[in-house]
Write a protein that binds this ligand. Structure first.
Ligand code: HEC
Length: 195
């Protein structure tokens, strides 16, 4: 009698324990969970400033110095790119950008050309905070699923941004290697695609 009771009690206990282990594993590894919306819009469709993006995944950086661009680079001069972690995980598993992906680019001026580490380009003041959001319902048609936004200077950013005109952002981004994201310049994402 005692034995039967123990068996009866252990079986559901095992199920509970296993589901506690398996479901989180599935969520983390297969990206099965519905993603929390990182991109938040107000009622007029303006994107709210993404919070805490400097804690996101750093995926790459470029330098387009003014001095190599006729005195004025289109985006002066350092660019640092971040991807939010809720999209990074599914991208790692599938190589695709999930719905809701948010990318951030900060630009900075060159601050100096010499440091104890040698001659080169060293970061100066912040210039611009730019954002790209994948939302195929909101940004269909010629935007091809991506909306682009700018929040001014990252040191003192605007609280929201309307979606910017296709001619200002999306058109040039059609040269990107994957959808509207220039992964060809982001070694961290390139590496994931090789695996
Ligand atoms: C003349 C071409 C060009 C224009 C116009 C342009 N971009 Fe980009 N953008 C790039 C390139 C190239 C990169 C990647 C490498 C780099 O940082 O220079 C990039 C990267 C980005 C990224 C990082 C994620 C990604 O998609 O690769 C964001 C966010 C971004 N741009 C936002 C914007 C916004 C907002 C606008 C409109 C104000 C804009 N861009 C206009 C060329 C352009």
């Amino acid at each position: 009698m005692k034995k039967t009771f123990t068996r009866v009690a252990i079986f559901p206990l095992c199920i509970v324990l296993l589901s506690g282990l398996i479901f989180p594993w599935l969520q983390v590894n297969l990206g099965a969970q519905p993603m929390e919306d990182v991109a938040k819009f107000d009622k007029d469709g303006k994107l709210l400033l993404p919070s805490d993006y400097r804690t996101w995944v750093f995926v790459g950086a470029s330098v387009t110095p003014n001095e190599m661009n006729g005195g004025k680079a289109p985006f002066p001069e350092f660019h640092t790119i971040y991807m939010e972690p809720a999209s990074y995980k599914p991208f790692k598993n599938t190589g695709e950008f999930p719905e809701g992906t948010v990318m951030v680019k900060e630009t900075l001026m060159i601050g100096g050309k010499e440091a104890p580490s040698g001659k080169g380009y060293f970061m100066g003041d912040f210039v611009l905070l730019a954002t790209g959001v994948k939302d195929t319902k909101r940004f269909g048609g010629e935007r091809a699923g991506w909306g682009f936004f700018a929040f001014g200077n990252p040191s003192n950013p605007q609280s929201k941004s309307e979606v910017l005109p296709v001619a200002k952002c999306n058109n040039c981004h059609s040269a990107a290697a994957q959808e509207r994201v220039f992964i060809q310049y982001y070694p961290v994402l390139r590496d994931l695609k090789k695996k």
